[in-house]
Design a protein around this ligand. Sequence first.
Ligand SMILES: Nc1ncnc2c1ncn2[C@@H]1O[C@H](COP(=O)(O)OP(=O)(O)O)[C@@H](O)[C@H]1O
Ligand SMILES: [Mg+2]
Length: 381
Amino acid sequence: MTSSDKIRVAVLYGGRSAEHEVSLRSAANVIQYLDQSRFEVIPIGIDKQGNWFLGNDVFAKSLEHNKVSQLHDGSHTWFAPEWIGNPSERQQIKYLVTRTPGGPHFDVVFPVVHGTLCEDGTLQGLLEIAGLPYVGCGVLSSAIGMDKDVSKRLAIGSGINVAPYIVIKHDQWEENPAWFFRQVEEKLSYPVFVKPANTGSSIGISKVKSADQLQTAINEAFRFDTKVLVEKALNVIELEVAVLESLKTNSDPVVSVVGEIRPTHEFYSYDAKYLDENGAELLIPAPIPEMVREQARLVAKTLFLALECEGMARVDLFLNKDNQQIYFNEINTIPGFTQISMYPKLMQATGISYPELLTHLIQLALKKHKNKSQLIRSYAG
Ligand SMILES: Nc1ncnc2c1ncn2[C@@H]1O[C@H](COP(=O)(O)OP(=O)(O)O)[C@@H](O)[C@H]1O
Ligand SMILES: [Mg+2]
């Protein structure tokens, strides 16, 4: 295959998100393991200020210093986020998707970015508008998957257990914090977890053991989001299941073996996830009874379908040790993709290697885009 026959994969990495650094590590692996005989990689970095640029700086682990601040090929700027909504720049936005004499800039986008403005449907919306195929969940499931409250409501609607929780919106909190204190006392019992509704990697999350710590934890969570969850802490075994859409139409998704995350910290905190290399043990398969594993797989599949996920998702569950029931915790629509991350490891244990997984995801993106592009967008009666 000559390089012009190869599928050009734009790997998006970095991002204006608290999980920027995590993305760099995942993207370095994706770039390394994409099948070079079929794909040509075009790395596109997004720095913490939201500037996009072309290049391989993922391996330098930081995009912040002295980098080209816009995505360009020497003569044209392809895209800059500030163009969105700016009519005078419309022509330039078109350039992002225009075929040049040398072919398209890229055939498919692989977003390897986490968190808000990346994994939450906003980036997916931009790619939809640009008419580009992209890997993974679409706008709807990305947005729902990111919101820990809305995704739980859909889980409840599908008959799946979730830990009891209350939602606090920032404006309401400012107006009447005492009301929320009472709600926590009446509806939940300590300890509780306080979480921003829309972050990942345990950023802004605290475990609160008594009422006197609650206010500090809520204020901390509000630094990251305008919606916060206060959730009853369960006594849990943490389970994770990887789900991958099938390439065959109307077939069930591939549901992986079940893994267990056993944090060595009080909970699976940011430090346990990324800073302490002994912060958690990953056990594949989870050492739990076979019947419970099957229940977990069924719950993961049910959630993937209920949230209308596309491509991939990692479904994080709790096995509540007090009643042996499976609970939904959260879903990650762009899971960690380092070689030691749970999603690729679970797929590997299910018989799909890391390079095969990447190829499968790109094939799915191209297939979906082809199907979508056949839809009628205007109707004259
Ligand atoms: N209700 C809960 N009961 C017990 N542990 C919890 C609960 N909620 C969160 N945790 C702990 O906090 C970690 C991070 O919470 P999670 O909701 O998964 O946020 P994130 O999206 O940042 O990973 C979990 O992996 C778990 O260790
Ligand atoms: Mg989590």
